[in-house]
Design a protein around this ligand. Structure first.
Ligand code: NAD
Length: 463
């Protein structure tokens, strides 16, 4: 679906009209391209006094060869040097320096008074972050704080990050990474994702990293040797997920209903994957998935992407529309998971990734069935996560307005509102959802379990 407003906004006359009428001005977002560094541009690093995560942050920056800078902070520079990170000196007050990313270790903030460290660090450089730049604040999960004051101060970081995401514009994203005790060594996959253009349409989000085994992986092909099943893979977001997981090294079994066989063959052909033409609501769907993956070493990753909308206001909704949506979008996922987990159908260190929706967070007119199903998916992730073992994880993405056939069917005015009512002033692309799913699917993401991340350009809905 083409975004004609965005095309207009790029033209000279469009720029003039938009500026003078105060209309939203969508920025071109950088997106990931193979064989490029994680981040292209300078990274400014800061830390509140006595922060405890700087060593792990600088280690990641050293691993990705980030061109890093800091102001006058001898404590931080010493820690960075130990990680093998060469941190250049940045003269505070130098307005000419521009940064592609700004990373701030806020883990040392113990009280509301100490939140001043955020202001002191970000205020002078707030205008120096480049287009499609990244702001990342790293903190301690408030649930794991040792004092009430610390929990309050760490929880306060969320408001800061969400406001920064709304203020800075130019496609700049802002995120908060909460680290649980003992999970310091598990932050690399999240930090790489948040720094890179893979997170182009993710903003104002909180990721929680928990303690887990640290596995050695090839960052270029993090899914090498893995078998992934993607439901609803014949088009739209599912097609993009299949492509991204294959790019990251997985063999992808593309699953969709038999009516979609031709498109399914096309997608699988493009990525040297295989096909499974079944309806996921069938009673034996879990068994069929397990059988299809058996010759490929079993299922390592299952992405529950297939989903439908059947919109009607509650008063006009027929019972069959209610049942169909709940069955495909929620009950089928529960049944398949139940079968795979109960019948050795998911390998150790397996990954379950679900697709929810911001409708499931905010609710939506005409979508009582859909929003119920998608809120159910969030519940499924939250309450399944603590029950898993053998390194298996479950997480979800909640897309906002993504340009697909599903959103092309929305009436014009509502579609246009959906596209613009977010910090990026544009709809996301299927690849944006796929990249976030690839983060959760990654072998390196052992510490991500029970997260729900919105891929919505920081939509105003349900914020
Ligand atoms: P789409 O309609 O383009 O694709 C969905 C795919 O799922 C289709 O290929 C369809 O055949 C398949 N499918 C439907 N029922 C199935 C069943 N019973 N068994 C097997 N396959 C089945 O939709 P999309 O926009 O790509 O959406 C993908 C997912 O993302 C859905 O879960 C949707 O709810 C969610 N989502 C989309 C958006 C958006 O803006 N497009 C926003 C939020 C959430």
């Amino acid at each position: 679906m083409s975004d004609q407003y965005q095309a207009f906004a790029k033209s000279p006359i469009g720029k003039f009209v938009i500026k003078n009428l105060g209309l939203p001005s969508p920025t071109h977002l950088d997106r990931f391209q193979s064989a490029t560094p994680v981040i292209q541009g300078a990274v400014l690093l800061g830390a509140a006094p006595s922060s405890s995560l700087t060593a792990e942050i600088t280690q990641v920056l050293a691993n990705i060869h980030a061109n890093s800078y800091s102001g006058n902070n001898p404590e931080l520079q010493q820690i960075a040097a130990k990680s093998g990170l060469n941190v250049g000196a940045y003269n505070e007050g130098d307005k000419e320096s521009k940064f592609k990313a700004v990373v701030f270790d806020a883990s040392g903030i113990q009280s509301s008074e100490q939140l001043h460290a955020l202001y002191a660090f970000f205020n002078p450089i707030a205008r120096q972050i480049q287009r499609s730049g990244r702001v990342i604040v790293v903190g301690i999960d408030p649930d794991a704080a040792t004092t009430v004051q610390q929990a309050i101060a760490q929880r306060a970081l969320e408001g800061f990050v969400k406001s920064v995401g709304k203020e800075l514009k130019k496609g700049i994203t802002a995120q908060l990474l909460y680290v649980q005790p003992g999970a310091e060594a598990n932050i690399e996959s999240s930090l790489r994702f948040l720094l890179s253009p893979r997170s182009a349409y993710v903003s104002g989000q909180v990721l929680r990293v928990s303690k887990a085994e640290v596995l050695d992986i090839d960052w270029v092909k993090p899914l090498a040797g893995k078998t992934a099943v993607v439901t609803g893979a014949s088009r739209g977001i599912g097609e993009a997920i299949a492509h991204v997981l294959a790019r990251d090294g997985a063999h992808v079994i593309c699953l969709d209903v038999p009516q979609q066989q031709a498109d399914l063959d096309r997608v699988a052909g493009e990525i040297s994957g295989s096909t499974l033409a079944i309806d996921i609501t069938a009673a034996d769907a879990g068994e069929k998935i397990k059988t299809a993956a058996a010759a490929l070493g079993g299922v390592d990753i299952i992405v529950h992407n297939a989903g439908i909308t059947r919109d009607k206001t509650l008063a006009n909704m027929k019972p069959e529309l209610w049942d169909l949506v709940i069955n495909i979008n929620l009950a089928a996922i529960e049944r398949v998971n139940h079968y795979l987990l109960g019948n050795a159908g998911l390998n150790a260190n397996g990954r379950i990734v679900c697709v929810s929706s911001i409708s499931g967070i905010a609710g939506n007119l005409g979508q009582t069935n859909y929003a119920t199903s998608k809120a159910g998916v969030i519940g499924l992730v939250r309450y399944t996560a603590p029950t898993l073992d053998q390194g298996i994880t479950i997480n979800a993405v909640a897309p906002g307005f993504i340009e697909t056939q599903m959103t092309a069917a929305i009436p014009f005015a509502i579609r246009e509102a959906g596209r613009r009512m977010n910090s990026m002033s544009q709809g996301g692309l299927p690849v944006d959802v796929a990249e976030t799913i690839a983060l959760f699917a990654s072998t390196a993401s052992t510490g991500l379990n029970g997260n729900v991340v919105r891929v919505c350009g920081q939509s105003l809905l349900g914020a």
